[in-house]
Design a protein. Sequence first.
Length: 149
Amino acid sequence: MRSVSIFAGSVYGNAQHVAEEVQTMLETEGVNCEVFTDPATSDFSDAESVLVITSTTGQGDIPPNLEFFHSELRDTFPLMDGKPFAVVALGDSSYGDSYCGGGRQFFELLTELQGKPVSELFEVDAMETLSPEEEVVPWVKGQIEALTQ
Ligand SMILES: Cc1cc2nc3c(=O)[nH]c(=O)nc-3n(C[C@H](O)[C@H](O)[C@H](O)COP(=O)(O)O)c2cc1C
């Protein structure tokens, strides 16, 4: 069974809290996982399965704690060779076109790196819920088989 590396991009702590709740759920389900909030590209290359949980800041931007990581991956382009991945995007639909832009940027990059998406981008709208973990934890639970097989 593959372990899951969770890369959490967060400005005010929402996405990080969600990532920690997901980690607790995965460990309860017997899945090895680790949460990275200041990852190196080697953490990405070493990952057996990739789960990005990120909010969006600015106008469709990736949170500062994952900005360098994202641009390093773009520059060094470590191909994933079919490795499974999923992306959860926390956003706010009142931002219009830049809604969930941080998550969308990661989804595009991981697709370009030839990872295997286990699902479409999972978007959580702050206009609709104040407890994103209540949507994200069950969603990730439903992806365990695809992420770890
Ligand atoms: C300054 C600022 C800019 C934001 N820009 C966007 C945006 O462009 N698109 C979007 O979907 N959400 C945007 N958001 C909403 C956040 O992504 C959302 O509130 C998220 O839950 C924050 O999670 P975090 O605490 O992990 O950073 C913005 C929020 C703030 C405060």
